[in-house]
Design a protein around this ligand. Structure first.
Ligand code: NIG
Ligand code: FE
Length: 411
């Protein structure tokens, strides 16, 4: 099967020469072809160019995109999409004055989600997660990372990762999985943090690796959760299994997690709502992608990641949702892109780069996703009729997506 998209008003993120990520002032450069076409053969981008140079005479399916914008699908490099139920009651509790921290200290928060997940069957967990995945695909997400971390027992952690793998196979969709056993200390290990780290390192980690359930390892490096020592112990142990770090750092406090991540060659360091000059220095010259999660800042009313500061220091930035039941009950990358522009003062070009090519990099997918490049997977967003791509982040409450193409097919 072949597909030809023609009369595209603006074709965004065209990279004839492939790049793995964009950094610093290059983030403000979004390569665009106006009045363009793109030719897809099966599930791969086979050709693109200016309409007046088109040499393709026919295709099985022709999609007229007059007055529409076409761009690569969003690459959401940080989610906790596999979870059970929701935490709407905690949302109301926060409105009524309790803090995120207070809720967690009373056994709510991550432990609340873990209890729900442990009590949910694998099939039910799959059904709930599949619904979320289908929804975010319709919102233009064409590649996603999914973490464990709401299991907190060996069996429940493995169950989460099996569900994520099953989603990948069922939907033939690019899903990268991350083992986040060290997400919170379960109630039965309260006061015995080392004991829980032993379980994560000596029992969970080997099983995850043996069963080939994850490519990445994560830890919530934060006051009240896991220390720098816990983090270093885990990252060291994970090296033996070739699990690459992608870690939660600097959400509420900056105390050296970024530099530690860089030391262990983390693919990404995520959150960074709190960021100091030492963190910036540690990132400079590294291969680690800083990932901002603006929907989390929005929902918890915490600071936004200082993306301008990162880019001014010559660094790249990626944007992701953090889709999870506690701090970000939304997997909508359009809202993320909009919020990055509105609240973080990223330009539309920077935000789109951050949500496509840099997102792909942050989950090891930039060779196949994140740009319009011959040979890459044909995962594309077709917008409704809009004046220009600026309307996407501008009209923050609208859904301006008309169609999403995954593996060369409209879904
Ligand atoms: O990335 N910060 C740690 N983990 C999640 C939220 C956890 C929860 O509240 O369920 C996050 O924000
Ligand atoms: Fe997260």
């Amino acid at each position: 099967m072949t597909t030809l998209l023609i009369n595209i008003k603006e074709l965004l993120q065209v990279r004839e020469t492939p790049v793995s990520k964009v950094s610093g002032s290059d983030m403000n450069k979004l390569p665009i072809l106006k009045n363009a076409y793109i030719y897809i053969v099966d599930d791969v981008i086979s050709d693109f160019g200016q309409m007046e140079t088109i040499q393709i005479a026919s295709a099985d399916t022709i999609i007229d995109c007059t007055n529409k914008v076409v761009l690569p699908t969003w690459c959401d490099s940080h989610t906790h999409l596999v979870y059970a139920g929701n935490r709407a009651q905690e949302f109301v509790d926060r409105i009524n004055g309790l803090s995120y921290e207070e809720i967690a200290n009373r056994g709510g928060g991550i432990l609340n989600s873990a209890k729900k997940l442990q009590e949910t069957s694998e099939d039910e967990l799959f059904a709930q997660s599949a619904k979320r995945l289908e929804e975010v695909m319709q919102l233009g997400t064409g590649a996603i990372e999914i973490k464990s971390g709401y299991g907190l027992t060996t069996e429940a952690e493995l169950k989460m990762l099996r569900v994520a793998k099953r989603l990948k196979e069922t939907y033939n969709f690019p899903i990268k999985t991350t083992f986040l056993g060290a997400h919170a200390i379960p109630a039965n290990y309260k006061g015995n943090q080392d004991g829980y780290m032993d379980l994560v390192i000596n029992e969970m980690l080997p099983k995850v690796a043996e069963q080939n359930l994850a490519e990445y390892v994560d830890i919530f490096c934060e006051k009240g959760y896991f220390t720098l020592e816990d983090t270093e112990r885990l990252l060291k142990a994970a090296q033996k299994y070739k699990l690459i770090p992608k870690i939660h750092v600097n959400q509420f406090n900056a105390f050296g997690g970024v530099a530690l991540g860089v030391k262990y060659n983390a693919l990404s360091v995520d959150h960074l709502e709190e960021l100091n000059d030492d963190d910036i220095k540690a990132l400079q010259g590294s291969k680690t992608m800083p990932v901002a999660l603006p929907s989390c800042s929005y929902f918890l009313s915490i600071p936004y990641t200082p993306a301008r500061k990162l880019m001014d220091a010559g660094l790249p930035v990626a944007l992701a949702t953090d889709y999870n039941p506690g701090s970000t009950p939304s997997g909508n990358m359009n809202f993320v892109v909009s919020t990055a522009c509105i609240k973080m003062k990223m330009t539309p070009e920077e935000a789109i780069n951050a949500a496509t090519i840099n997102g792909a990099y942050a989950m090891g997918l930039s060779e196949t996703h994140g740009s319009i490049t011959v040979g890459k997977t044909a995962n594309l967003i077709i917008t409704k009729e809009i004046e220009s791509y600026n309307v996407l982040p501008y009209a923050f409450g609208d859904n301006n997506i008309e169609n999403v193409i995954i593996n060369g097919k409209i879904i």
